[in-house]
Design a protein around this ligand. Structure first.
Ligand code: NIG
Ligand code: FE
Length: 417
């Protein structure tokens, strides 16, 4: 298939973009992309590629912008129920961590998710993945974390593996049993952290081998926060995970600075996510370890809070900044990375070019997939969006509507507006 005559092709060529290099879109005007066996076989001027590949089925992208499919590197896409009543409570003045401490918040989604059948979870999650795809997200990081018992955590993993198999989306799966302290372990959070580190993680290795034939192990993530897990507990879990061969992620500095970011950097985590309260020392540690900083602007927006991740300081220090939706029923129910981009432009002061790079090639780096997705270069997967806009800056500038006209995943058209 040959896509040709695009107003602009944003190639994002050249790998993840650190610090001041963020925002190199690699723009090709009147460009074309030739796709073979689901991969990109050529990128270049339309005239030349149309001659070279005469006879190939053509997609006319005249007046449109082509770019890599969005990678959403932080989502809690699988859950049951909703938290509409809690949204109202928060608007009336109750804080997010207050609601969690009272047994609501994450724990109310845990109750609903434990009750849900695998079929129910598949159906609800598939609908969200489809909505994500329609808004241009072709690769999704997906966390468990609404089970908080091994049985339900594994039920969630099995559903995610089934949905990954089904496609057309691809999923990078994360095990987040350390998302909150379940009611069974109330006031015994040390014991719960121990249980994960010494029993559940070792059990997960053979389970994964049996159920996810051939796929590398999932990520292990911990919510390091007041009312969730302390730095010491986080360290116990992440160190055990690392020793077992898992790659690491962390939720840190969403509300309070406990030191989770520095800890994760020290352990060589692939990403540290949220970072609203991260200090300059934390940021330096991330840069030193090459850990990707994932900002989730939908979360403070969803909570109606004023603080956003300090993008300017992260970039000034030379950090690799990525954007994600944090899709979840509590803080940010939004399937749309275009919204994350629009928020990042306003609240984190990114330019559209910076936000686009953060949502594609750098987001791919946040799940370790930068060699497969996130840019339009020869040999990479043909995950391509055609936007119904004449100029890339319409991303960020416009919001609240879907600008995606066509979504191509591994060389197949999977959505057309
Ligand atoms: O990233 N902070 C922890 N986890 C999610 C929220 C999950 C929830 O509230 O259900 C987050 O914001
Ligand atoms: Fe999260």
């Amino acid at each position: 298939m040959l896509i040709h005559s695009a107003n602009q092709i944003l190639t994002l060529a050249g790998g993840p973009q650190k610090g001041a290099r963020l925002g190199r879109l690699g723009i090709l005007e009147d460009g074309a992309i030739y796709i073979e066996d689901g991969r990109i076989a050529a990128v270049g001027p339309s005239g030349e590629l149309r001659r070279r590949y005469a006879g190939a089925p053509e997609v006319d992208a005249i007046g449109r912008v082509a770019l890599p499919g969005f990678v959403d590197p932080h989502t809690h896409v699988i859950w049951a129920g909703d938290r509409a009543a809690e949204f109202e409570l928060r608007l009336e003045g109750k804080a997010y961590l207050e609601i969690l401490a009272a047994g609501g918040g994450i724990l109310s989604t845990v109750r609903a998710t434990r009750r849900a059948s695998p079929d129910d979870l598949i159906e609800q999650t598939r609908a969200r993945l489809r909505r994500m795809l329609q808004h241009g997200t072709t690769t999704v990081e997906a966390k468990t974390g609404y089970g908080l018992d091994q049985e339900t955590e594994l039920k969630m993993l099995a559903v995610l593996l089934a949905l990954a198999q089904e496609g057309p989306w691809e999923l990078a799966i994360t095990y987040l049993a350390a998302h909150a302290v379940p009611p069974e372990y109330e006031n015994r959070s040390d014991e719960y952290a121990q249980e994960i580190a010494t029993r559940w993680l070792p059990q997960l290795v053979p389970w994964w081998r049996e159920h996810a034939a051939g796929q590398s192990l999932p990520f292990v993530d911990v919510f390091c926060e007041t009312g969730a897990f302390t730095v010491a507990q986080t360290e116990g879990i992440l160190q055990a995970a690392k020793d077992l061969g898992f790659q690491l992620k962390v939720h840190s500095d969403e509300f309070d600075n406990l030191g989770g970011t520095r800890l994760a950097a020290g352990l060589g985590a692939v990403s540290a996510d949220h970072l609203v309260a991260a200090s300059d020392d934390d940021i330096r540690a991330l840069v030193a370890s090459g850990t990707v900083a994932v900002a989730l602007p939908g979360t403070p927006f969803g909570l109606g809070l004023p603080g956003y991740a300090p993008a300017g300081r992260i970039l000034a220090a030379g950090g690799t900044l990525a954007l994600a939706s944090d899709l979840n029923p509590g803080t940010s129910w939004c399937e749309n990375m275009q919204m994350a981009i629009a928020l990042a432009c306003r609240s984190m002061k990114l330019t559209p070019a910076q936000a686009i790079a953060a949502a594609t090639i750098n987001a791919a780096a946040a799940i370790g997939w930068q060699d497969r997705v996130g840019s339009l270069e020869i040999g990479k997967q043909a995950d391509i969006l055609l936007l119904d806009v004449p100029d890339y800056r319409h991303l960020g500038y416009r919001y609240g509507v879907n600008l995606v006209g066509t979504v191509i995943k591994r060389g197949q058209i999977v959505f057309e507006a």
